[in-house]
Design a protein around this ligand. Structure first.
Ligand code: ADP
Ligand code: MG
Length: 311
């Protein structure tokens, strides 16, 4: 007797091996879908690599990576998500297998395995690819401690990948620390996106993060710039949320997106279905906010390009 799976959203456990090993991607597959059509969202002149960092946990880093990446991919752009957190939450939310032993970020960092051999396509959108993280990555920080140029391991594999494959956006989801993994992300990226939760102590730690960014900028990556601040988990009913939002805008007037991400149950439910909030519940306030935020980021990138071409 065959068992019919229940209707409704997927609910699966991606970090258990019973689903079998993911199929290896042929490098040709990776570019097979490069669309000839004009994407709905503007394409940047060069691939934009955004590292999403904040050493505080639970501020919405992973949620922001997953949903912005999906929105941009659904807008017709080609997007890679690099999961740099051993928890692998971004991999789970994008419907990607990442049980122990699945090759991913760990192999890219430690063995310098080409990223094209490690990525998996997310079921969220044909243009969305993920370099998954497994718990193995927790050992990478110690493993890399004695390696030469240990802070530019990600930069090398990523540079090679973007030179060979046509991608518009790369998002790097960081763990909640400023250790060697986050350092690799800061060295490999051009832009930093900081999510700030509209809660008590929102700006606590941001000063330390800015100090780290300046250190990396001065010594390892001249081109790095803080381009984007996203206010997350905004609750319009509380005065605190509004106060925090105002304070953040005062600190980062240029960088803070006009769009604010509201606290929304749909946003927190979506990952348990292995989905972004956009495919899980498109009409929800959270999905609409992430769509608007993605548009803003895409247009800002495009505006930057136009400015440059005028000069
Ligand atoms: P981080 O990656 O910074 O640790 P997460 O993205 O995992 O943070 O978010 C922390 C928790 O808050 C998660 O349970 C997530 O589902 C929830 N969350 C994030 N953004 C929202 C939101 N806008 N509304 C409701 N819950 C949210
Ligand atoms: Mg996270």
């Amino acid at each position: 007797m065959s068992i019919t799976p229940p209707a409704g959203p997927r609910r699966v456990v991606f970090d258990e091996p019973e689903f079998g090993a993911p199929e290896a991607v042929e490098p040709d597959d990776l570019d097979a879908d490069v669309s000839r059509e004009t994407p709905r969202l503007p394409r940047p002149s060069h691939p934009r690599t955004l590292v999403v960092a904040n050493q505080k946990g639970g501020v919405g880093k992973t949620t922001t990576v997953v949903n912005l990446a999906t929105c941009l991919a659904l807008g017709g752009l080609r997007v890679l998500v690099i999961d740099l957190d051993p928890q692998g939450n971004a991999s789970t939310a994008l419907g990607i297998d990442h049980f122990e032993g699945v090759p991913g970020t760990y192999e890219a960092l430690t063995d310098q395995t080409p990223i094209a051999q490690l990525v998996q396509r997310s079921p969220e959108s044909p243009g969305l690819w993920v370099l998954p993280a497994t718990i193995d990555l927790a050992g990478a920080e110690i493993g890399l401690a004695a390696v030469m140029a240990r802070e530019s391991r990600l930069l090398h594999v990523l540079r090679d990948f973007t030179a060979r494959h046509s991608f518009d956006y790369v998002f790097i989801d960081c763990p909640p620390s400023l250790g060697l993994l986050t350092l690799n992300a800061l060295v490999a990226a051009d832009e930093i996106l900081i999510p700030i939760q509209c809660e008590y102590y929102a700006l606590e730690g941001v000063t330390q993060l800015l100090r780290t960014i300046n250190l990396v900028k001065g010594q390892m990556n001249d081109g790095l710039r803080l381009s984007t601040v996203v206010l997350t988990m905004f609750d319009a009913r509380t005065r605190l949320s509004t106060q925090v939002a105002d304070q953040v805008r005062e600190y980062f007037p240029q960088e803070t997106l006009a769009t604010v991400i509201p606290r929304s149950v749909r946003v927190s439910e979506a990952p348990s279905y292995g989905q972004s909030v956009i495919t899980y519940h498109a009409a929800s306030a959270g999905a609409q906010a992430y769509l608007a935020a993605a548009e803003e980021i895409a247009h800002r990138g495009a505006a930057h390009v136009e400015e440059e071409s005028v000069r």
